[in-house]
Design a protein around this ligand. Structure first.
Ligand code: AMP
Length: 190
């Protein structure tokens, strides 16, 4: 199985690049943000809870997120592998993912981290707000909060994968196609 953690700050291009990776490698795309948004749309209990954190740019608590992620993975028993997009976002989530995948006799193959500097991220999120309709893209304070949470809680997850020799940084600046090519080259060389 090919199990990829596609990592990076909000606006790094994880969603866009995931679409291209799943097409080429026939993987299941698992975006925790997308699952939460679908639950908000469906007005489920999980959606109501998640919304109270997402609207402020805070993380949904680990336990809730990990349980949701596990049940999403179990919906695809015959998959070739997964792209985890927006997960893990804390070290506790990374540890839970490892032990869960271990119980399924598989593991993370690689973390691909899209690197984009902060001013560029803010510009991209501002543009995305016009088309995404996402509340958390529209408010500069919420955007700043998401970037701060990324730096304090999520960026340390890189080290977790570095220590396992699974971390690869990818330049996330430039034409979308060029970034896709960089990702393909790395994956093909695994
Ligand atoms: P995203 O679509 O990945 O930008 O996620 C949007 C929002 O969903 C985040 O700002 C968090 O509030 C929440 N979220 C998504 N994934 C996670 C996660 N792995 N852990 C905690 N909260 C998450």
């Amino acid at each position: 199985m090919l199990n990829i953690v596609l990592f990076g700050p909000p606006g790094a291009g994880k969603g866009t690049q995931s679409e291209r990776l799943i097409e080429k490698y026939h993987l299941v795309h698992l975006s925790t943000g997308d699952v939460f948004r679908a639950n908000i749309k469906g007005a489920t209990e999980l959606g109501v809870l998640a919304k109270s954190f997402m609207d402020k740019g805070q993380l949904v608590p680990d336990e809730v997120t990990i349980n949701m992620l596990r049940s999403e993975v179990l919906k695809h028993p015959d998959s070739n592998g997964f792209i985890f997009d927006g997960f893990p976002r804390t070290n506790a989530q990374a540890e839970a993912l490892d032990s869960f995948l271990n119980s399924l006799k598989t593991s993370i193959s690689v973390m691909l981290a899209l690197e984009v500097e902060e001013n560029e991220l803010k510009e991209r999120l501002k543009k995305r707000a016009e088309i995404s309709g996402r509340i958390d893209d529209a408010n500069p304070e919420v955007i700043q909060n998401r970037i701060n949470v990324y730096q304090s809680e999520t960026a340390p997850v890189k080290k977790y994968y570095q220590e396992q020799g699974k971390f690869i940084a990818i330049d996330g600046i430039g034409a979308i196609d060029h970034i896709t090519t960089r990702l393909f080259e790395v994956i093909d060389s695994l």
